[in-house]
Design a protein around this ligand. Structure first.
Ligand SMILES: Nc1nc2c(ncn2[C@@H]2O[C@H](COP(=O)(O)OP(=O)(O)O)[C@@H](O)[C@H]2O)c(=O)[nH]1
Ligand SMILES: [Mg+2]
Length: 238
């Protein structure tokens, strides 16, 4: 199998080099004989673009530059068009989610198991307050997860996790339109509306704060909530 790692980035000069290295080094289950890393640089202005250009020729790396900042959802959707793997991982371009520790766990359920279509890496299976997570972020995470539980009847523990891993075939059942951080709730909502089970595995997570480069804001939490409510009732079209 081939793994496609999609990294949406916006102004991650300090961490991106390290995350690419870790994506290249991460040990995959033997069933994954190939990997590709698709970085979508979304109009960065901090030197991320130059950093990517200076990396030179890395065979498994594809880079797409957009000159305008369109948002994380747009970037992930560009990445999905460019990738060619059998399983896709969305990898944030910061070090909150470490590929080296988490990929073996995230990918194990796909090995010899064609029925596994979607895996979420949950930050809340072993703790109620993941390391480094800001209080407001914690509350937002609980609200989003409980909204999914109540509206969609799914027992997941972490709706907003960055680690959403899936077989690209699931995207034949619905299309995605989000431009920003509401990509996550749109994906969760549509997977569940399509009747696709979400398998959760425990991941390691180290939260970062706004002063360390975190971009998500309070308003993104409200947009995420509205997105979950919206897609519970709207018809899901391909
Ligand atoms: N392409 C793109 N990526 C973004 C944008 N904003 C944030 N990101 C990336 O999305 C990931 C998650 O961002 P972060 O601020 O850490 O939020 P959180 O981890 O979802 O709480 C990081 O890799 C960011 O570089 C954006 O406007 N465009
Ligand atoms: Mg992050």
């Amino acid at each position: 199998m081939k793994l496609s790692i999609i990294i949406p980035v916006y102004n991650e000069k300090l961490l991106l080099g390290e995350i690419i290295t870790r994506c290249r080094r991460a040990v995959l289950p033997p069933a994954f004989s190939e990997r590709e890393i698709v970085v979508v640089d979304d109009g960065s202005s901090d030197g991320t673009t130059e950093l990517l250009k200076s990396l030179g020729d890395i065979p498994e790396l594809k880079v797409h530059h957009s000159y305008v900042n369109h948002g994380k959802g747009c970037a992930v959707r560009v990445g999905l068009k460019l990738c060619t793997g059998d399983v896709v991982i969305i990898q944030d371009g910061d070090l909150e989610y470490d590929p080296m520790v988490n990929y073996p766990i995230l990918l194990a359920s796909f090995v010899n198991n064609p029925t596994t279509r979607v895996v979420f890496g949950s930050r809340f299976l072993k703790t109620r307050w993941p390391e480094g997570m800001h209080f407001f972020n914690l509350v937002a995470n609980y609200i989003l997860t409980w909204t999914v539980r109540l509206l969609y009847g799914s027992p997941i523990t972490d709706e907003a996790t960055g680690y959403k891993v899936f077989r690209p075939e699931v995207l034949k059942q619905f299309s995605l339109h989000s431009r920003g951080f509401e990509f996550c709730p749109e994906f969760t909502a549509k997977v569940l509306r399509a009747g696709i089970p979400i398998i959760e595995v425990e991941i390691q997570y180290h939260g970062r704060r706004t002063f360390e480069g975190k971009k998500i804001k309070l308003q993104d939490g409200f947009i995420a909530l509205a997105t979950l409510i919206k897609w519970r009732f709207r018809p899901i079209k391909k």
